[in-house]
Design a protein around this ligand. Structure first.
Ligand code: SAH
Ligand code: AVI
Length: 331
């Protein structure tokens, strides 16, 4: 179902359109029935409140990824735009698109900026930034896709010389098999003139990594518990949110951060909308997110395994974060 805001250059294609609840019910039932470790999908963090919390996280002193990626994009945007000659920016998991502005600014400067296509499950930040961007760039069209990037990319509008951007390290929130499937699907969608700009967080000292996911002000803890708040609201569950403790640790074998919620009590949680009752012993945990950390070689390898060829890879001054540019590999 397609919908338009007051501004005629903005088009919002809402693929969730009321169906999000049914899908969440299936995902929550599967995830909370898993043994030995229960699981919830990380997209549950991002209702309007969770998206606001994420924006607060990006400003925390401990959370380096946003600052590092922004420094790379600010420095490299002109080069990205001149080498790709992109006319259209398709951004997956765009959120409030704060770092994307450098790319749009450079595209506008080249005289080629035509359309911005943000894709996100969270409608509020996307609608807000569509309005702002149309005011900033008078000729820009915004075609937003509100949906799940695992499922809804077939609804992307056709386009020419598209720059796909998947920033923030969000690719690391996918499990390895999901990453290859996701990037492979993207490679199939891409034309030879399209490019993928991918942000990946890099492996580094464990204390730096763990502090980024367990900040002193407890914003990340609140963000993590928000998944339970969403399950309570969407599925009528009775999680006592404050009785679940935030945990974040680096797993060196998997090279990922895991975020979990640990029950402080023996309790049975009812989730009527998913048709389940979930028993917890005190100390039992739910995994809510992985956030994989890469090496440049691993980025190259995963792109190649997905049918993409690495053209460039840039890091920030401290080598904490990488942004790569790739294209569809020739057969
Ligand atoms: N790109 C931004 C935001 C990253 S936060 C940045 O770099 O700062 C991750 C974003 O992905 C959120 O806006 C969230 O709503 C969105 N997201 C998470 N899972 C998603 C999914 N399965 N499909 C679509 N969007 C998703
Ligand atoms: C969106 N994603 C890349 C963030 C990350 O760092 O994995 C989500 C996040 N989780 C905790 N803090 C931020």
């Amino acid at each position: 179902m397609t919908d338009a805001l007051a501004e005629p250059r903005i088009r919002i294609d809402d693929r969730l359109n009321g169906s999000a609840g049914d899908e969440i019910a299936v995902e929550v039932r599967d995830g909370l029935s898993r043994s030995p470790l229960r699981e919830l999908p990380p997209k549950l963090f991002y209702d309007a409140y969770g998206s606001e919390l994420f924006d607060r996280i990006t400003q925390l002193p401990e959370y380096y990824p946003t600052r590092c990626e922004r420094s790379i994009l600010n420095r490299r945007a002109p080069e990205v735009v001149s080498t790709t000659r992109a006319e259209e920016l398709v951004e997956l998991g765009s959120g409030s698109a704060s770092k994307t502005r450098a790319l749009l600014f450079a595209m506008a400067g080249s005289g080629r900026l035509r359309r911005y296509v943000p894709v996100d499950v969270s409608a509020e930040p996307v609608e807000r930034c569509a309005d702002e961007l149309c005011k900033t760039y008078p000729g820009l069209e915004v075609h937003a896709l509100i949906g799940d990037f695992h499922r809804d990319l077939e609804h992307l509008p056709d386009g020419n010389r598209r720059l796909f951007a998947f920033l923030g390290g969000t690719i690391g929130n996918l499990f390895p098999h999901e990453r290859v499937e996701f990037l492979g699907g993207l490679a199939e969608l891409m034309d030879p003139d399209d490019r993928l700009l991918l942000g990946t967080d890099l492996v580094k000292e464990v204390d730096v990594l763990e502090a980024a996911y367990d900040d002193a002000d407890g914003v990340t803890a609140e963000f993590n518990r928000n998944a339970l708040r969403v399950v309570n609201r969407e599925l009528g569950a009775d999680f006592q949110i404050e009785r679940f403790e935030h945990r974040a640790f680096f797993d060196p074998d998997e090279a990922w951060i895991e975020m979990r919620l640990r029950s402080l009590d023996d309790v049975v949680v009812n989730v009527p909308g998913a048709g389940i009752e979930v028993p917890f012993d005190a100390g039992d945990e739910i995994r809510t997110e992985i956030s994989a950390k890469f090496t440049p070689d691993r980025v190259d390898g995963e792109l190649a395994a997905s049918g993409l060829a690495l053209d460039e890879l840039w890091t920030d001054d401290e080598d904490r974060f990488a942004v790569s540019l790739s294209s569809v590999a020739s057969p």
